[in-house]
Design a binder for this molecule. Structure first.
Ligand code: FAD
Length: 483
């Protein structure tokens, strides 16, 4: 890398969070025991041959092994094997292509002609770590320095054994689109606010362009999170800023039709109020939303300007986003299930076919889907009929556990509506002010509070909802103060 990025985003760092807690002499003894179990002595040629051989060698020829693995992927009778196999395949490929060594390089990249983007001209801003004044990074503190560090940041702390009591007006859990806006509004109203964020803090000068270490550090579960049945990959930011720190910055106001539906069907007047429209404008102003884009990204060029795709020099990835109506459950941390409805599945198929149409119209040499058999079509000199025939064959059967030969994995980057606003306890977990029906003083103001999917990128909707909820909280606390 041309520049010093944050050590955690540089890769090749050995795990330092955990220590075995053993003194060096005991670690040495443990090493000695391990050495007895797996001795390094390779002087005997037979033993040498044993150590050199691997499961990848004779006697099972490569072609046959490949056929067996393909059968695991394809044959619906072997469906129970598919899921672990798919996870294994995904993790192997993910690690192989993205992880880097001490030198921040991956040995496979040269052969693939892959270069990390080192254009850092965007990264010459003068400011460094804007939150430094107020942030307490627990990874840099020990038990003995923690309380003092809090005090240095202006907090009143009382200690009771290993318990710290910190005085404040508001505690916000999570610093994403919802939590971040709430923190800005409430602290702006003069309240003492503490934000608890489980992810680490990185700013633009810390970024490294290395996908592997960055996914590890900035995404929930290191970017490897899926529903239990493997039907859906779940992507979410987990760092200071949450999703807003990793997302693609597409800023779209809540469509009128959605606002009307939420106001009419769910009787939530917030979404038909002038207050909400004004919140969307304020949020867009604050984060600098503009339609005066200086340079479109490659995929956008393909969609908007019908750029001709030049051979394989570039691969464009388009995806279809649907306004899903399915539902699911989170049984415990990381144990997620989710089922799309029938219309959702139909919409995914229609969307996928449209994406392919756009790519073909933009002059793609070859198009394909992420279906398990690598479904694809060479487009050169192809007739319209052949295109239609191919598109008719494009479906998106869900997940490796479905009893079909070919299947695909969906992806969710917009988890919404798990703790909905409702006009009564029956209709939702929180009321129209975002306050829990069960626990007074507990408010929800992130994506979970929305009555359903937005159908477009949801950041502006989430931030605007949080803006409205937190303004009401500020008013309420002010009234309580005034007595
Ligand atoms: C790859 C990607 C691209 C996207 N692109 C766009 C886009 O272009 N436009 C758009 O509008 N939307 C986009 N989104 C969606 C958008 O970013 C999310 O919908 C939005 O960030 C959700 O906001 P939130 O406040 O609900 O949660 P988040 O922003 O996800 O924030 C939640 C935060 O809470 C923290 N947290 C969770 N549990 C705890 C805990 N127990 N203790 C402490 N902290 C905790 C997490 O670490 C995280 O930082 C994208 C999302 C992803 C993943």
């Amino acid at each position: 890398m041309g520049r010093q990025c944050h050590p955690l985003l540089r890769g090749g760092i050995t795990e330092t969070k955990y220590s075995d807690g053993l003194p060096p002499s005991e670690t040495e003894a443990l090493n000695a025991i391990c050495e007895v179990l797996l001795p390094p002595d390779q002087s005997n040629p037979d033993i040498q041959s044993f150590y050199k051989s691997s499961g990848a060698q004779y006697p099972v020829p490569h072609k046959r092994r490949e056929r067996v693995l393909q059968m695991w992927m394809k044959h619906w009778l072997l469906t129970p094997i598919r899921l672990p196999f798919v996870f294994l395949k995904f993790i192997c490929l993910f690690i192989f292509f993205t992880q880097v060594g001490e030198d921040s390089k991956n040995p496979a990249w040269k052969a693939m002609d892959y270069n990390v983007d080192i254009d850092e001209s965007w990264n010459d801003g003068p400011e460094r770590r804007l939150l430094d004044q107020g942030i307490v990074e627990t990874m840099s503190e020990t038990e003995s320095t923690f309380a003092d560090c809090l005090r240095r940041k202006g907090l009143q702390v009382t200690e009771n054994g290993s318990l710290y009591k910190i005085q404040c007006d508001v505690v916000i859990v999570g610093s994403g689109c919802g939590g971040g806006v709430a923190a800005a509004v409430l602290s702006g109203a003069g309240l003492k606010v503490i934000v608890l964020e489980k992810g680490n803090y990185f700013t633009k000068t810390d970024y490294s362009s290395l996908e592997g270490p960055s996914m590890n550090e900035m995404y929930e579960a290191g970017g490897i999170l899926a529903t239990l049945d493997g039907k859906m990959m779940v992507l979410a930011g987990s760092t200071v800023g949450g999703g807003s720190a990793v997302n693609w910055s597409a800023c779209i106001k809540t469509p009128d039709s959605v606002l009307k539906e939420w106001a009419a069907n769910h009787k939530l007047s917030l979404f038909s109020s002038i207050e909400f429209v004004s919140a969307m404008n304020k949020v867009c102003d604050r984060i600098g939303v503009t339609d005066k884009c200086l340079k479109e990204g490659f995929q956008n060029q393909v969609c908007v300007k019908k750029t001709r795709i030049i051979k394989y020099a570039r691969t464009a990835h388009l995806f279809a986003m649907i306004r899903d109506s399915g539902s699911g459950e989170v049984k415990s941390e990381g144990r997620i299930s989710y089922n799309l409805s029938k219309p959702d599945k139909e919409n995914i198929k229609i969307g996928l076919r449209r994406c392919l149409r756009i790519l073909i119209a933009a002059g793609a040499e070859e198009v394909g889907t992420h279906q398990s058999d690598g479904q694809r079509l060479k487009c050169k000199c192809i007739t319209e009929n052949e295109v239609e025939e191919f598109l008719d064959s494009v479906v998106a059967p869900e997940g490796p556990k479905s009893l079909v030969e070919k299947w695909t994995t969906y992806c969710s980057a917009h988890q919404i509506g798990s703790c909905r606003m409702g006009v009564s306890e029956k209709e939702g977990a929180v009321d129209e002010n975002g306050e829990s029906w069960d626990a007074s003083g507990l408010f929800v103001c992130d994506s979970s509070v929305l009555p359903g999917a937005v159908g477009v990128n949801p950041m502006i909707t989430i931030q605007s909802t949080s803006y409205c909820i937190s303004n009401k909280i500020a008013e309420m606390l002010q009234k309580q103060r005034d007595g």
